[in-house]
Design a protein around this ligand. Structure first.
Ligand SMILES: [Zn+2]
Ligand SMILES: [Zn+2]
Length: 227
């Protein structure tokens, strides 16, 4: 399902209850869900043309159909240099604290897409249209977020989720530790994002958050106090 969130920002909800999302921002596809998301992502970008594809990070639920989409639409793939290995090999659980965990094995087998060549790497402060690249390592080594200052839209990837991934109940959470390389570093990245005072937060998992009451900053303060 395709939904407009802000000017030139569209959410592609790939699973029920927004449990996996990707986005189109100013003509750029950000993430691509899991392997079976292909038809939905393809339909979305037939409606809203894109000229490149960026990964917040190369986990199986974000790069699942990146290879197919980039081939089909002949668009370049971009990610941070610390995600290049996972992106190009498709070995997406590399970097998990326990890659042999059975859930990780299932993700690798059933969700992950093929690797795909990275055309260009991105770093802190690169511009993607009006969005700025923010390096937010921790959940994975080369995780990035994207922030548009003019209206406070933040594409947060998996630095936080707005859903309990087991029950699907809405609410701000840290990403599960078994899929996070360094949770303490991830919390530092969360603090960096809280300092931007985002207005509209778009998650890899869970519904969009309109941050009118500074709920996000309060959540980050709580996480920071716990470490
Ligand atoms: Zn992830
Ligand atoms: Zn994810």
């Amino acid at each position: 399902m395709l939904r407009q969130i802000a000017p030139e920002v569209f959410q592609i909800s790939l699973m029920p209850r927004n449990s996996i999302n990707c986005y189109i921002i100013e003509g750029v596809l950000v993430d691509s869900g899991i392997r079976s998301s292909y038809t939905t992502v393809k339909k979305a970008i037939q409606n809203i043309p894109v000229y490149q594809h960026i990964l917040t990070h190369a986990h199986a639920d974000h790069q699942g159909c990146s290879d197919q989409i980039c081939d089909e639409f002949a668009i370049p793939l971009l990610c941070h240099s610390d995600e290049v290995f996972r992106t190009e090999t498709g070995m997406v659980t590399n970097g998990y604290p326990t890659p042999q965990h059975w859930v990780a094995m299932l993700q690798q087998k059933y969700w992950a897409g093929q690797g795909h060549k990275v055309e260009q790497t991105i770093v802190e402060n690169d511009r993607i249209g009006n969005f700025r690249v923010i390096e937010t390592p921790g959940h994975s080594a080369g995780h990035i977020s994207l922030f548009r200052e003019q209206d406070g839209v933040l594409i947060i990837g998996d630095v936080a989720t707005n859903m309990n991934l087991l029950t699907t109940a809405t609410g701000l959470r840290l990403p599960p530790s078994i899929f996070t390389s360094d949770q303490q570093l991830n919390i530092k990245s969360l603090q960096k994002l809280a300092n931007l005072a985002p207005a509209i937060i778009c998650f890899g998992h869970g519904p969009i958050l309109r941050n009118t009451d500074r709920k996000f900053e309060r959540f980050v303060a709580k996480c920071s106090a716990a470490i």
